[in-house]
Design a protein around this ligand. Structure first.
Ligand SMILES: [Zn+2]
Ligand SMILES: [Zn+2]
Ligand SMILES: [Zn+2]
Length: 326
């Protein structure tokens, strides 16, 4: 399928994995590619992994589709990685800023509103009742008799007190301690298909699906998309390849070039020619919607490519049907 509007995109659409991913959005109505959290390895994308078969390829693959404007992304989370072993199995330790021990006790600070005395919660509690340690008055109602005045920490190692603990990360994998300055943070995204790509692809998808039906009605076996090996040994991808039976070498191939511009350039003609030169099918079709450039038409004639120009899907189907009968 040739998306002639986006300069960088056409070759990306020829990638079988990209086609499978797009079909998830278009055929299976998947709405987004969401990351799934694994406590040991961090976030991953099982759906994309199942397409690529290799987890290490998932990130570059999604980055490529995002850069080409096929996918949009939204920040989903940020993950901390160990600077030493790259593990995402990280624990946060609130520690004493004086001796760095994580053996600290966190208490609430309470203020007796009437006398203004402030102390840690424990000092207000006496035989399950709340009393002000200074004026001994019993405190019953929060925000009437007393209020929470913040947090106070005490270190059980060095006995010092502080209000803001030091945050130290521990890698559960290699047991390395590291601070915020040393940690590696990676953004994690949720991906969706770009709306105009979806609309265009849906149109192309529906044209290809209809052509497949027409060919099947005429007794053809249809592959779509089809990867065919040429004489050179290279693989070539066509939107559709059709043949009567496996032994029959009289195969027809077809590419679709739809654009929302006025004309389709000669580029898809050149690309189709390069492929059929190597694959040698009986017949090659290029469906150009809405129109093929003059240069493209001349080249198609020279290269013996049957160019079908059509303003829309219905017109394309009607001319293709007529053409298959001759
Ligand atoms: Zn580590
Ligand atoms: Zn301490
Ligand atoms: Zn008091």
């Amino acid at each position: 399928m040739q998306n002639t509007d986006k300069k960088e995109a056409p070759s990306i659409y020829k990638d079988r994995n990209v086609q499978i991913l797009l079909s998830k959005f278009l055929d299976e109505k998947v709405e987004s590619i969401e990351p799934v959290y694994d406590p040991k390895t961090g976030y991953h994308y099982p759906m994309v992994e199942s397409i690529l078969g290799d987890r290490s390829q998932v990130e570059p693959f999604l980055d490529k589709l995002y850069a080409a404007g096929i996918l949009e992304r939204k920040l989903y989370d940020k993950v901390i990685f160990c600077p030493k072993c790259d593990s995402a199995n990280i624990s946060v330790r609130y520690s004493c800023p004086f001796c760095k021990s994580f053996n600290i006790k966190k208490s609430a600070l309470i203020e007796h509103i009437k006398c203004g005395y402030i102390d840690v919660e424990d000092n207000f509690l006496e035989e399950d009742l709340c009393h002000c340690p200074k004026c001994k008055e019993q405190l019953k109602k929060v925000d009437v008799d007393y209020r929470k005045a913040g947090i106070w920490c005490t270190c059980d190692e060095c006995s010092k007190s502080f209000d803001i603990p030091l945050v130290i990360n521990l890698c559960r994998n290699c047991r390395t301690n590291f601070t915020f300055e040393e940690c590696v943070i990676k953004d994690v995204y949720v991906y969706t298909i770009t709306e105009n790509i979806k609309t265009e692809s849906l149109l192309n998808w529906s044209i290809i699906a209809t052509i497949r039906e027409i060919l099947a009605e005429k007794g053809f076996k249809v592959e779509s998309p089809a990867i065919l090996k040429g004489k050179s040994g290279a693989n070539h991808s066509f939107d559709i390849a059709a043949y009567k039976d496996a032994d029959d070498k009289r195969m027809i191939v077809l590419d679709l070039a739809a654009t929302s511009q006025k004309v389709v350039s000669e580029q898809p003609v050149i690309s189709l020619f390069a492929k059929i030169f190597d694959v040698s099918p009986e017949k090659a079709y290029l469906i150009a919607i809405p129109k093929l450039s003059e240069n493209g038409k001349k080249m198609a004639e020279l290269y013996k490519i049957t160019a079908i120009e059509a303003r829309n899907q219905e017109e394309a189907m009607a001319s293709l049907k007529k053409n298959l009968e001759t």
